[in-house]
Design a protein around this ligand. Sequence first.
Ligand code: NAD
Ligand code: MG
Length: 384
Amino acid sequence: MIKISILGSTGSIGTQTLDVVRNHGDKISVVAITGNENIDLLEKQALEFQPEIVAVWDEKKAGELRKRLQGKCEVLEGLEGLSAAAAWDSAQRVVTAIPGMAGLIPTIEAIKKGKDIALANKETLVAGGSVVMNLAKAQGVELYPVDSEHSAIFQCLIGNQRKYLSKISLTASGGPFRDYDIKQLEGVTVEQALKHPNWSMGKKVTIDSSTLMNKGLEVIEAKWLFDLKTAEIDVIIHPQSIIHSLVEFKDHSSMAQLGEPDMRVAIQLALLYPERHENNTKSLNLAEIGTLEFRKPDVNKFRCLKLAYDALEAGGSMPVVLNGANEIMVDKFLNKEISFLDIPKIIESVMNLHVPIREPGLEEILEIDRWARKHAKEKAGIIS
Ligand code: NAD
Ligand code: MG
């Protein structure tokens, strides 16, 4: 029986993780769950899965849930509660399914306590890559990717083949605007951007998918997870999202991992690896699908992808700036304060102000993140 803690159990990855647990109750049990403020759902989850603790970010809501769960389950609150859930004694593996930088500190707390990580939160590695990887190595902690592309690469490398790798290709659906020209991109609305063609996900990652920043963040995530150089990471548009990513080896043999787009497959593997078990996801039927298409991404139209590569090349603390500025821009776009094309424009202008430092420590990362957010807000204020 593996015991897990889920950070962000009320979100898209969190609820799908609980679905996997529901299916494999004899193999996985939940000892901690956390959420931002949706205490109705947290209450339901707590009653169904009977964790040892629940943590709620919003302190007022935590008080209310505490009353409701009195005598049944302990309720903690705020960053302290979140970190306690991440480092919870009986948890062996922690699912990091909170979006953004908010996931960094709890992930570090979990690694410090020697917990393996089922990593959904890519921003953790984008901003905290060297700190997180060094700590994980020192603690002998495994990072099992939940992101479907990284799970695919991980699966292609099973069998000690990493040493023969020559490059990887991360596939991208291209998002809802993949066929738009730059003129059409100017006028896209929040509602259009929130309609992803293949995946149902939280708002932040859905907007990132529409700008291709999600793929850019995944390029940086891949760098850290698989110890790659920028030139070893390609991105290819694949609208059907059937091939989840590929590895090419030195002998020009390529391996890919395929499946219907369903995050529960990657989540299940991240929880049960190296075991594979039956589930109720859809079996792949290539004859029914018929055609798989591929094309190069257009980085002139989708500038965010180019900016992520630039940040990776600049190295050091530049990805912290990319990530922090992007989080603010996604919020501003969702609040209809800026346009779709303002997103890369402002991120780039904030990156231009930053001189990266090499191997930033945690305090420096947090400081640079605050700096990037402040400048991004100021610049957005000038534009809107
Ligand atoms: P979501 O918005 O659906 O859920 C987020 C969860 O985190 C919720 O439980 C919410 O209550 C909680 N939360 C949000 N902000 C918080 C904060 N500041 N403090 C504490 N808790 C907070 O998001 P999601 O789509 O499940 O994505 C989660 C992470 O997984 C992201 O980093 C995303 O990039 C990554 N990811 C998601 C998918 C997907 O299919 N949804 C795929 C790959 C990777
Ligand atoms: Mg992904």
